[in-house]
Design a protein around this ligand. Sequence first.
Ligand SMILES: C[S@@+](CC[C@H](N)C(=O)[O-])C[C@H]1O[C@@H](n2cnc3c(N)ncnc32)[C@H](O)[C@@H]1O
Length: 307
Amino acid sequence: MARARLLQHAPINDWLMLSSTAKRQIPFWHEHRASSEFSRRHRSNSKMADCTGGEFYVKHFEPSAYLEDYFKFGKSAVGDEYLKLTLPLFCSAFAPGELKGDTLIDIGTGPTIYQLLSACECFKEITATDYAESNRKELRKWLQNEPGAFDWSPVVKYVCELEENRMTVPEKEEKLRRAVTQILHCDVLKSNPLEPLQGQQYDCVLSSLCLEGACKSKDEVCCALKNISTLSKPGGYLVLCGDISCSYYQVGKVKFASMSFDKEFLRKAVSGAGYTIDKLEVSSTADKEAEKETTDYSGVYFLVAHK
Ligand SMILES: C[S@@+](CC[C@H](N)C(=O)[O-])C[C@H]1O[C@@H](n2cnc3c(N)ncnc32)[C@H](O)[C@@H]1O
Protein backbone atom coordinates (compact mmCIF):
# COMPACT_ATOMS: atom_id res chain seq x y z
CA MET A 1 0.00 0.00 0.00
CA ALA A 2 2.95 2.34 0.64
CA ARG A 3 3.88 1.84 -2.99
CA ALA A 4 0.30 2.65 -3.90
CA ARG A 5 0.55 5.95 -2.07
CA LEU A 6 3.76 6.83 -3.85
CA LEU A 7 2.24 5.98 -7.18
CA GLN A 8 -0.50 8.53 -6.82
CA HIS A 9 1.89 11.03 -8.36
CA ALA A 10 4.23 8.62 -10.11
CA PRO A 11 5.16 9.06 -13.74
CA ILE A 12 3.04 7.17 -16.19
CA ASN A 13 5.81 4.74 -17.09
CA ASP A 14 6.12 3.52 -13.49
CA TRP A 15 2.47 2.71 -13.58
CA LEU A 16 2.62 0.85 -16.86
CA MET A 17 5.51 -1.27 -15.60
CA LEU A 18 3.62 -2.50 -12.56
CA SER A 19 2.42 -6.09 -12.49
CA SER A 20 -1.33 -6.57 -12.69
CA THR A 21 -1.26 -7.97 -9.13
CA ALA A 22 0.35 -4.77 -7.87
CA LYS A 23 -2.20 -2.71 -9.78
CA ARG A 24 -5.04 -4.58 -8.13
CA GLN A 25 -3.72 -3.57 -4.70
CA ILE A 26 -3.97 0.11 -5.53
CA PRO A 27 -7.20 1.92 -4.65
CA PHE A 28 -9.41 2.64 -7.65
CA TRP A 29 -8.63 6.31 -7.81
CA HIS A 30 -4.90 5.80 -7.86
CA GLU A 31 -5.42 3.19 -10.49
CA HIS A 32 -7.46 5.37 -12.77
CA ARG A 33 -5.20 8.33 -12.95
CA ALA A 34 -1.58 8.85 -12.19
CA SER A 35 -1.65 11.83 -14.58
CA SER A 36 -3.93 13.43 -17.12
CA GLU A 37 -1.86 11.69 -19.79
CA PHE A 38 -2.86 8.38 -18.25
CA SER A 39 -6.50 9.26 -18.51
CA ARG A 40 -6.27 10.39 -22.11
CA ARG A 41 -4.48 7.20 -23.11
CA HIS A 42 -6.95 5.05 -21.24
CA ARG A 43 -10.17 6.84 -22.06
CA SER A 44 -11.72 3.63 -23.31
CA ASN A 45 -10.56 1.63 -20.29
CA SER A 46 -13.70 0.44 -18.52
CA LYS A 47 -12.14 0.98 -15.05
CA MET A 48 -11.55 4.65 -15.82
CA ALA A 49 -15.16 4.85 -16.93
CA ASP A 50 -16.16 3.46 -13.52
CA CYS A 51 -15.19 6.81 -11.95
CA THR A 52 -18.39 8.36 -13.30
CA GLY A 53 -22.10 8.08 -12.74
CA GLY A 54 -24.54 8.50 -9.92
CA GLU A 55 -23.46 5.56 -7.77
CA PHE A 56 -19.80 6.58 -7.93
CA TYR A 57 -20.84 10.04 -6.70
CA VAL A 58 -22.94 8.54 -3.93
CA LYS A 59 -19.94 6.56 -2.69
CA HIS A 60 -17.04 8.92 -3.26
CA PHE A 61 -18.11 12.54 -3.75
CA GLU A 62 -17.70 14.66 -0.65
CA PRO A 63 -19.82 17.78 -0.99
CA SER A 64 -17.88 19.74 1.64
CA ALA A 65 -14.52 18.90 0.01
CA TYR A 66 -15.87 19.99 -3.40
CA LEU A 67 -17.00 23.30 -1.94
CA GLU A 68 -13.73 23.85 -0.06
CA ASP A 69 -11.61 22.89 -3.07
CA TYR A 70 -13.32 24.95 -5.77
CA PHE A 71 -15.73 27.52 -4.36
CA LYS A 72 -13.78 29.40 -1.72
CA PHE A 73 -12.59 32.53 -3.42
CA GLY A 74 -8.85 32.87 -2.93
CA LYS A 75 -8.20 29.23 -2.04
CA SER A 76 -7.72 27.56 -5.38
CA ALA A 77 -6.58 29.13 -8.63
CA VAL A 78 -8.69 26.66 -10.60
CA GLY A 79 -11.82 27.44 -8.60
CA ASP A 80 -11.30 31.20 -8.78
CA GLU A 81 -10.74 31.03 -12.50
CA TYR A 82 -13.77 28.84 -13.10
CA LEU A 83 -16.00 31.20 -11.14
CA LYS A 84 -14.60 34.28 -12.83
CA LEU A 85 -15.14 32.75 -16.25
CA THR A 86 -18.65 31.46 -15.65
CA LEU A 87 -20.36 33.94 -13.32
CA PRO A 88 -20.33 36.80 -15.87
CA LEU A 89 -21.78 34.38 -18.44
CA PHE A 90 -24.59 33.36 -16.09
CA CYS A 91 -25.12 37.04 -15.28
CA SER A 92 -25.55 38.05 -18.92
CA ALA A 93 -27.63 34.99 -19.89
CA PHE A 94 -30.02 35.62 -16.99
CA ALA A 95 -30.03 39.41 -17.18
CA PRO A 96 -33.56 40.70 -16.57
CA GLY A 97 -35.67 40.32 -19.70
CA GLU A 98 -33.26 37.89 -21.43
CA LEU A 99 -34.96 34.54 -20.83
CA LYS A 100 -38.66 34.51 -20.13
CA GLY A 101 -40.72 32.14 -18.02
CA ASP A 102 -41.56 31.18 -14.47
CA THR A 103 -39.93 27.85 -13.76
CA LEU A 104 -36.38 26.54 -13.95
CA ILE A 105 -34.96 23.13 -13.12
CA ASP A 106 -31.26 22.68 -12.40
CA ILE A 107 -30.01 19.19 -13.23
CA GLY A 108 -27.22 17.81 -11.04
CA THR A 109 -27.15 20.85 -8.77
CA GLY A 110 -24.67 19.20 -6.45
CA PRO A 111 -23.99 21.18 -3.28
CA THR A 112 -23.58 24.47 -5.21
CA ILE A 113 -25.68 27.58 -5.74
CA TYR A 114 -23.34 29.80 -7.82
CA GLN A 115 -25.15 28.71 -11.02
CA LEU A 116 -28.50 29.87 -9.64
CA LEU A 117 -27.55 33.30 -8.35
CA SER A 118 -28.40 35.12 -11.58
CA ALA A 119 -31.02 32.59 -12.68
CA CYS A 120 -33.29 33.68 -9.81
CA GLU A 121 -33.50 37.11 -11.47
CA CYS A 122 -35.35 35.54 -14.44
CA PHE A 123 -37.19 32.56 -12.97
CA LYS A 124 -39.19 32.84 -9.80
CA GLU A 125 -39.53 29.10 -9.09
CA ILE A 126 -36.42 26.93 -9.11
CA THR A 127 -36.23 23.16 -8.69
CA ALA A 128 -32.82 21.81 -7.69
CA THR A 129 -31.95 18.15 -8.32
CA ASP A 130 -29.19 15.65 -7.79
CA TYR A 131 -28.58 11.92 -7.83
CA ALA A 132 -26.75 11.91 -4.51
CA GLU A 133 -28.59 12.56 -1.26
CA SER A 134 -25.36 13.89 0.30
CA ASN A 135 -25.41 16.75 -2.21
CA ARG A 136 -29.08 17.44 -1.72
CA LYS A 137 -28.47 17.52 2.04
CA GLU A 138 -25.56 20.00 1.75
CA LEU A 139 -27.69 22.21 -0.47
CA ARG A 140 -30.61 22.05 1.96
CA LYS A 141 -28.25 23.17 4.72
CA TRP A 142 -27.48 26.41 2.89
CA LEU A 143 -31.06 26.98 1.77
CA GLN A 144 -32.28 26.59 5.34
CA ASN A 145 -29.45 28.73 6.65
CA GLU A 146 -28.36 25.99 9.05
CA PRO A 147 -25.24 26.16 11.20
CA GLY A 148 -22.23 24.71 9.34
CA ALA A 149 -23.62 25.59 5.91
CA PHE A 150 -21.02 26.67 3.37
CA ASP A 151 -20.35 30.39 3.29
CA TRP A 152 -21.26 31.50 -0.23
CA SER A 153 -21.20 35.20 0.65
CA PRO A 154 -17.92 36.06 -1.22
CA VAL A 155 -19.36 34.48 -4.39
CA VAL A 156 -22.72 36.17 -3.82
CA LYS A 157 -20.94 39.50 -3.38
CA TYR A 158 -19.10 38.98 -6.66
CA VAL A 159 -22.38 38.28 -8.46
CA CYS A 160 -24.04 41.31 -6.83
CA GLU A 161 -21.19 43.45 -8.20
CA LEU A 162 -21.64 41.93 -11.67
CA GLU A 163 -25.32 42.83 -11.37
CA GLU A 164 -24.38 46.43 -10.53
CA ASN A 165 -25.31 46.10 -6.88
CA ARG A 166 -29.03 46.19 -7.52
CA MET A 167 -29.24 44.06 -4.36
CA THR A 168 -27.21 43.62 -1.21
CA VAL A 169 -25.66 40.22 -0.39
CA PRO A 170 -28.32 39.34 2.23
CA GLU A 171 -31.10 40.38 -0.17
CA LYS A 172 -29.68 38.23 -2.95
CA GLU A 173 -29.27 35.23 -0.66
CA GLU A 174 -32.81 35.66 0.56
CA LYS A 175 -34.13 35.95 -2.99
CA LEU A 176 -32.46 32.69 -4.04
CA ARG A 177 -33.54 30.87 -0.88
CA ARG A 178 -37.13 31.86 -1.59
CA ALA A 179 -36.88 30.88 -5.26
CA VAL A 180 -35.69 27.31 -4.67
CA THR A 181 -38.96 25.60 -3.90
CA GLN A 182 -37.90 21.96 -4.05
CA ILE A 183 -34.93 19.61 -4.20
CA LEU A 184 -35.55 16.38 -6.08
CA HIS A 185 -33.70 13.18 -6.85
CA CYS A 186 -32.80 12.86 -10.50
CA ASP A 187 -30.94 10.52 -12.80
CA VAL A 188 -29.99 11.91 -16.18
CA LEU A 189 -29.54 8.37 -17.50
CA LYS A 190 -33.22 7.57 -17.08
CA SER A 191 -35.64 8.38 -19.89
CA ASN A 192 -37.68 10.13 -17.19
CA PRO A 193 -34.93 11.72 -15.07
CA LEU A 194 -37.36 12.68 -12.31
CA GLU A 195 -38.92 9.22 -11.94
CA PRO A 196 -41.27 8.46 -10.20
CA LEU A 197 -42.65 11.96 -10.90
CA GLN A 198 -44.38 12.15 -14.26
CA GLY A 199 -44.80 14.86 -16.86
CA GLN A 200 -42.94 17.71 -15.13
CA GLN A 201 -41.90 20.42 -17.62
CA TYR A 202 -40.08 23.69 -17.07
CA ASP A 203 -39.47 26.96 -18.90
CA CYS A 204 -35.73 26.53 -18.48
CA VAL A 205 -33.52 23.47 -17.97
CA LEU A 206 -30.11 24.38 -16.57
CA SER A 207 -27.16 22.10 -15.92
CA SER A 208 -23.56 22.81 -14.99
CA LEU A 209 -20.71 20.32 -14.78
CA CYS A 210 -23.10 17.38 -14.47
CA LEU A 211 -23.22 15.49 -17.78
CA GLU A 212 -19.42 15.35 -17.85
CA GLY A 213 -19.37 13.35 -14.64
CA ALA A 214 -22.59 11.39 -15.02
CA CYS A 215 -21.85 9.81 -18.40
CA LYS A 216 -19.33 7.21 -19.49
CA SER A 217 -19.35 7.88 -23.22
CA LYS A 218 -20.35 10.49 -25.77
CA ASP A 219 -23.31 8.30 -26.75
CA GLU A 220 -24.45 8.37 -23.13
CA VAL A 221 -24.13 12.18 -23.07
CA CYS A 222 -26.35 12.41 -26.18
CA CYS A 223 -28.83 10.08 -24.52
CA ALA A 224 -28.76 12.06 -21.24
CA LEU A 225 -29.38 15.29 -23.16
CA LYS A 226 -32.41 13.71 -24.82
CA ASN A 227 -33.61 12.55 -21.41
CA ILE A 228 -33.35 16.00 -19.84
CA SER A 229 -34.89 17.60 -22.94
CA THR A 230 -38.17 15.89 -21.97
CA LEU A 231 -38.25 18.32 -19.02
CA SER A 232 -38.34 21.35 -21.36
CA LYS A 233 -41.67 22.91 -22.21
CA PRO A 234 -42.14 23.54 -25.93
CA GLY A 235 -40.08 26.67 -26.61
CA GLY A 236 -38.26 26.20 -23.30
CA TYR A 237 -34.60 27.08 -22.80
CA LEU A 238 -31.58 24.92 -22.16
CA VAL A 239 -28.59 26.49 -20.41
CA LEU A 240 -25.51 24.29 -20.18
CA CYS A 241 -22.19 25.14 -18.67
CA GLY A 242 -19.07 23.10 -17.98
CA ASP A 243 -15.49 22.30 -18.74
CA ILE A 244 -13.89 21.97 -22.14
CA SER A 245 -11.40 19.16 -22.80
CA CYS A 246 -11.46 17.93 -19.24
CA SER A 247 -10.62 14.29 -18.58
CA TYR A 248 -10.60 14.41 -14.78
CA TYR A 249 -10.97 16.55 -11.70
CA GLN A 250 -10.09 15.87 -8.10
CA VAL A 251 -12.20 16.38 -4.98
CA GLY A 252 -10.28 15.88 -1.75
CA LYS A 253 -8.13 12.89 -2.65
CA VAL A 254 -10.54 11.27 -5.08
CA LYS A 255 -10.21 11.69 -8.81
CA PHE A 256 -13.37 11.73 -10.92
CA ALA A 257 -13.41 11.00 -14.62
CA SER A 258 -14.93 13.61 -16.88
CA MET A 259 -16.19 13.33 -20.42
CA SER A 260 -14.09 15.58 -22.60
CA PHE A 261 -16.30 17.97 -24.58
CA ASP A 262 -15.45 20.29 -27.44
CA LYS A 263 -17.54 22.86 -29.27
CA GLU A 264 -18.36 20.61 -32.21
CA PHE A 265 -19.53 17.74 -30.03
CA LEU A 266 -21.72 20.07 -27.96
CA ARG A 267 -23.27 21.54 -31.09
CA LYS A 268 -24.17 18.10 -32.42
CA ALA A 269 -25.37 16.64 -29.13
CA VAL A 270 -27.59 19.61 -28.23
CA SER A 271 -29.09 19.85 -31.72
CA GLY A 272 -29.61 16.08 -31.68
CA ALA A 273 -31.67 16.50 -28.50
CA GLY A 274 -34.06 18.80 -30.38
CA TYR A 275 -32.77 22.24 -29.36
CA THR A 276 -31.79 25.22 -31.50
CA ILE A 277 -28.58 26.77 -30.25
CA ASP A 278 -28.74 30.52 -29.61
CA LYS A 279 -25.31 30.97 -28.10
CA LEU A 280 -22.24 28.77 -27.58
CA GLU A 281 -19.18 30.39 -26.06
CA VAL A 282 -15.89 28.82 -25.13
CA SER A 283 -13.39 30.66 -22.91
CA SER A 284 -9.89 29.37 -22.35
CA THR A 285 -8.23 28.97 -19.01
CA ALA A 286 -5.06 30.95 -18.42
CA ASP A 287 -3.67 29.18 -15.40
CA LYS A 288 -1.73 26.19 -16.74
CA GLU A 289 0.09 25.43 -13.47
CA ALA A 290 -3.03 25.21 -11.35
CA GLU A 291 -4.68 22.91 -13.87
CA LYS A 292 -2.11 20.21 -13.34
CA GLU A 293 -2.88 19.76 -9.69
CA THR A 294 -6.61 19.14 -9.61
CA THR A 295 -7.93 19.03 -13.17
CA ASP A 296 -6.76 19.22 -16.77
CA TYR A 297 -9.60 21.36 -18.15
CA SER A 298 -8.63 23.81 -20.82
CA GLY A 299 -11.55 26.20 -20.56
CA VAL A 300 -15.27 26.50 -20.06
CA TYR A 301 -18.25 26.33 -22.40
CA PHE A 302 -21.51 28.15 -21.98
CA LEU A 303 -24.48 27.33 -24.13
CA VAL A 304 -27.99 28.75 -24.42
CA ALA A 305 -30.53 26.99 -26.64
CA HIS A 306 -34.29 26.71 -27.02
CA LYS A 307 -36.64 23.93 -28.05
C1 LIG B 1 -19.14 18.13 -10.58
S1 LIG B 1 -20.64 18.00 -9.74
C2 LIG B 1 -21.43 19.47 -10.35
C3 LIG B 1 -22.25 20.15 -9.31
C4 LIG B 1 -22.78 21.53 -9.71
N1 LIG B 1 -23.79 21.43 -10.75
C5 LIG B 1 -21.69 22.46 -10.13
O1 LIG B 1 -21.86 23.16 -11.15
O2 LIG B 1 -20.68 22.58 -9.42
C6 LIG B 1 -21.47 16.73 -10.64
C7 LIG B 1 -22.84 16.44 -10.07
O3 LIG B 1 -23.53 15.52 -10.91
C8 LIG B 1 -24.27 14.63 -10.08
N2 LIG B 1 -24.56 13.41 -10.83
C9 LIG B 1 -23.73 12.38 -11.13
N3 LIG B 1 -24.38 11.44 -11.83
C10 LIG B 1 -25.66 11.87 -11.97
C11 LIG B 1 -26.81 11.34 -12.61
N4 LIG B 1 -26.79 10.16 -13.22
N5 LIG B 1 -27.94 12.08 -12.59
C12 LIG B 1 -27.98 13.28 -11.96
N6 LIG B 1 -26.92 13.83 -11.34
C13 LIG B 1 -25.78 13.14 -11.35
C14 LIG B 1 -23.33 14.40 -8.91
O4 LIG B 1 -23.98 13.86 -7.78
C15 LIG B 1 -22.76 15.79 -8.70
O5 LIG B 1 -23.51 16.54 -7.81
